[in-house]
Design a protein around this ligand. Structure first.
Ligand code: CDP
Length: 558
């Protein structure tokens, strides 16, 4: 039970218990024990399950997400395990500030929140009580964004937020352009797009912007779409959420599902929350082949662990507690897909690589559903089961089981190279620092492969300067094929990987579609349309260098 040096840093900074003076007073094995014992409280044979959970978490086969490590089982904070929340904001000052307060409570407990703002009246509309003008959606987002600066999640990181506005809302143009000036840094923005709009776009038809049945403006669907892709090209926002696609996969169809958590992987009902955890795929490949038995046991224990935590959870708001316990959604996913592909000698952007990822996800989903059925037999179905798509034939403990999260912190703790479903960031790059000067940073898996094949130091230096091994003389062709960074992979292939994984994901997949700095607006256009055609629930693109302060690869850019 040991972490790498980097993994230990993440653990110490974010998850370890601390005394009143902020001094660390918990080791990694102690934290594993804390999680395992807490998740076993609801079991009859607590000793047996504590041992099982300790084994699978302590060996980093299964990695629960940040709020679980940071909160669960600690004596000084509520056992809030959820990373993902959605809140409903209504068109009244009361609701806007109520939800702001609820958001602060959620941030404080380590979660992030998504909102669909489409029920807010547009800017300039009449406010009946004062006869004044409404401030509108974008102004409200500014308020929420400013508040996010105030509240750090458990003192360690800033809470993320996602604002969604439907494509027919009268304020949609301002919303689309809201991040162009570099503001709203605590918010991701996504436009809620419906099939009818995509039809209008494809037919070159007109599109109505309306609120409460009143049409405010009629605009060509292509004009609105062009604004959207132009803004996404310029600053990475907005992304898109395909609302009908989400609705088609709604496990309790009577409930509205029009928003997701901040990174897009978890569609939720208003006032609902979900907790996350990841199988470490880097540990599932042995001598180039998947250890399916190990994967099955790991998934099964992970589902039970997450499900048990719903019972011991202390959610920050009674509404969230009630909604979350009605559906008992869990978000089990994976991290280290890139590592697993490399270990199996498969290219991320090849048909074989995609079918490997698809097969792994299918197996994880199947096993998770089996476990959820067994748990339903043992402990009962989720309370909303009779209103769900599973009723009456299939018993389920959880309305949904699979979610592919970004795994931004837990991947670093687990020591994987690839985050969630992403490829490795880059095989190497030159890091420029003021104190230590320039130095080369290599992907350990890449370095190992090169050393095995006798690649010389000057060739490696060239790779670091270029930020890629593609086309570098002296790097064997098969190594070039397997070791591709995010920028070496065509946008289309990023999307195809998202599709391969989404097919067997109950909830959604958090994935960045990387584009080179030279990508055109037309490239964004193609990517967003392809995502719709291939049935994705959402898409976000990232053009290298379009946001300040992000890491870019290649010579001279750390
Ligand atoms: O790796 P970790 O468990 O920390 O989280 P992640 O997989 O990167 O993010 C999962 C979810 O946690 C996000 O989609 C957000 O809902 C939430 N989150 C947040 O609220 N604030 C952050 N700074 C990061 C994540």
């Amino acid at each position: 039970m040991q972490l790498s040096a980097n993994g230990q840093k993440v653990f110490d900074a974010r998850y370890a218990g601390k005394d009143e003076n902020g001094q660390i007073n918990e080791t990694f094995p102690q934290a594993v024990h804390r999680l395992a014992t807490t998740a076993s409280i609801v079991e009859q044979d607590q000793h047996y399950w504590t041992t099982k959970f300790t084994d699978v978490i302590g060996n980093l086969l299964f990695v629960p997400s940040t709020p679980i490590w940071a909160n669960v089982g600690k004596t000084d904070r509520p056992w809030q395990p959820g990373a993902c929340f959605v809140l409903a904001v209504e068109d009244s000052l009361h609701s806007m500030y109520d939800v702001l307060h609820q958001t602060a409570m959620i941030f404080k407990s380590g979660g992030g929140t998504g909102y669909n703002f489409s029920s807010i009246r547009p800017k300039g509309d009449l406010v009946h009580s004062t006869k004044g003008q409404a401030s509108g959606v974008v102004e409200l987002i500014r308020l929420y964004n400013a508040s996010a600066n105030m509240v750090m999640q458990g003192g360690v990181r800033r809470g993320a937020s996602l604002g969604i506005l439907n494509i027919d809302h009268p304020e949609i143009k301002d919303f689309i352009n809201a991040k162009l000036n570099g503001d709203l840094t605590n918010f991701n923005l996504s436009v809620g797009v419906i099939d009818a709009f995509m039809d209008a776009l494809n037919q070159g038809a007109a599109w109505e912007l309306k609120f409460n049945g009143k049409v405010y403006e009629t605009i060509a669907a292509t004009e609105l779409w062009d604004m959207l892709i132009w803004a996404a090209h310029a600053c990475g926002d907005p992304g898109i959420i395909f609302l009908d696609q989400i609705q088609r996969a709604n496990p309790v169809p009577g409930k509205v599902m029009n928003a997701t958590n901040p990174c897009g992987e978890q569609p939720l009902y208003p006032g609902e929350s979900c907790l996350l955890g990841s199988v470490n795929l880097a540990k599932m490949v042995k001598a180039g082949a998947v250890d399916w038995d190990l994967l099955r046991d790991t998934v099964s224990l992970a589902v039970k662990f997450l499900d048990n935590l719903i019972d011991v959870a202390e959610y920050p708001l009674p509404l969230v507690d009630q909604n979350t316990k009605s559906t008992r959604k869990i978000g089990l996913g994976f991290t280290g897909l890139a590592d697993a592909l490399i270990m199996a000698n498969l290219a991320y952007d090849s048909p074989e690589g995609r079918s490997f990822a698809g097969e792994l996800t299918r197996f994880i989903q199947q096993t998770a559903h089996e476990t959820s059925r067994e748990l339903a037999e043992e402990k009962g179905c989720f309370p909303d089961w009779e209103n769900s798509i599973y009723y009456p034939h299939e018993k389920r403990r959880n309305a949904a089981c699979i979610t592919i999260a970004p795994t931004g912190s837990v991947t670093a703790m687990a020591g994987c190279e690839g985050y969630g479903v992403e490829p490795i960031f880059a095989v190497a790059y030159t890091k420029q620092t003021k104190v230590a000067g320039d130095f080369e940073v290599f992907s350990p898996l890449f370095l190992e492969a090169c050393q095995r094949r006798g690649v010389t130091a000057d060739v490696l230096t060239e790779v670091a300067q270029r930020g890629t091994c593609q086309g570098v003389t002296g790097i064997p062709r098969d190594i070039q094929q397997i070791f591709k960074g995010a920028q070496d992979i065509a946008p289309r292939d990023h999307i195809k990987m998202q599709v391969a994984v989404q097919k067997n994901t109950d909830n959604a997949v958090s994935k960045t579609i990387n584009l080179p700095n030279s990508a055109t607006v037309n490239d964004i256009d193609k990517s967003y349309r392809l995502a719709y055609q291939l049935g994705l629930k959402g898409i976000t693109v990232f053009r290298d260098g379009c946001k300040e302060g992000v890491i870019t690869v290649g010579e001279g850019k750390p």
